[in-house]
Ligand binder design. Structure first.
Ligand code: ADP
Ligand code: MG
Length: 215
């Protein structure tokens, strides 16, 4: 069971890792989009690093923390990634409204709810070469690990691994959603920036869970 200490620490690490990868994410988006994915996500991450300490002090409701993060993504990121990542957090927040702690099953359910939210808003599915090619496989892998009785760390490790495979998969397919869809076949061979961000998020969540021995 994890409380807000893990939530805040994990979101802070996610923010730091995304900021470290700003240039990488821009370069990936430059190849198949407009080159701003790193800038967009880093802007949101800077905002999160300002917001999170205060949220950690004033809120005990895990759903409320996620909700606030989602709202801030929507107002701060802009472009298509703002509403998409914002929706991911809002849906995760809805799944945990009123909870002051989360079981591993809650984390897995949150990921799945978030992925469904993104696909509804984006009118997108797996195979479109978007963040969903990391999100959905990660959700499935985490669900499997959960059902196999694995620890929270192992669940997150499985999610991060599946997201990494998902990122590799995006290299092999043509984009049919988002800006990358405009370049059609020429998108093949390039990895999706949004899927890369999801992989980084899961890797960061896993790292913090190991460090904090979260359960
Ligand atoms: P923009 O496309 O507005 O420039 P970003 O560059 O920040 O925004 O984000 C691009 C990422 O958003 C893509 O790599 C992809 O993963 C994700 N994305 C774009 N459109 C969709 C969609 N319809 N559904 C899911 N994800 C999408
Ligand atoms: Mg872009």
């Amino acid at each position: 069971m994890t409380g807000k200490e893990y939530m805040i620490a994990a979101l802070e690490e996610v923010s730091r890792v995304i900021m470290e990868h700003e240039a990488v994410l821009n370069r990936l988006d430059n190849a198949i989009g407009d080159g701003d994915h790193g800038t967009n996500m880093a802007r949101a991450s800077r905002m999160m690093l300002k917001l999170l300490p205060e949220l950690g002090k004033t809120r005990d409701d895990m759903g409320a923390i996620l909700h606030q993060v989602g709202m801030s993504c929507i107002s701060e990121i802009g472009g298509s990634a703002g509403p998409l990542f914002g929706t991911f957090y809002l849906r995760a927040g809805m799944a945990n409204r009123g909870k002051t702690s989360m079981e591993p099953a809650d984390w897995v359910a949150s990921f799945e709810a978030g992925a469904v939210g993104v696909s509804q808003l984006g009118m997108s599915a797996e195979g479109d070469k978007t963040m969903l090619d990391a999100l959905f496989p990660a959700g499935r892998a985490m669900q499997e690990a959960l059902e196999a009785g694995k620890s929270f760390q192992e669940i997150l490790a499985a999610g991060a691994e599946a997201a990494k495979d998902g990122v590799e998969y995006t290299k092999t397919i043509q984009a049919s959603r988002g800006r990358a869809a405009y370049i059609g076949e020429r998108s093949i061979g390039h990895q999706d920036p949004g899927a890369t961000t999801i992989m980084l998020m899961l890797q960061a969540m896993h790292k913090v869970a190991e460090e904090m021995k979260a359960e």
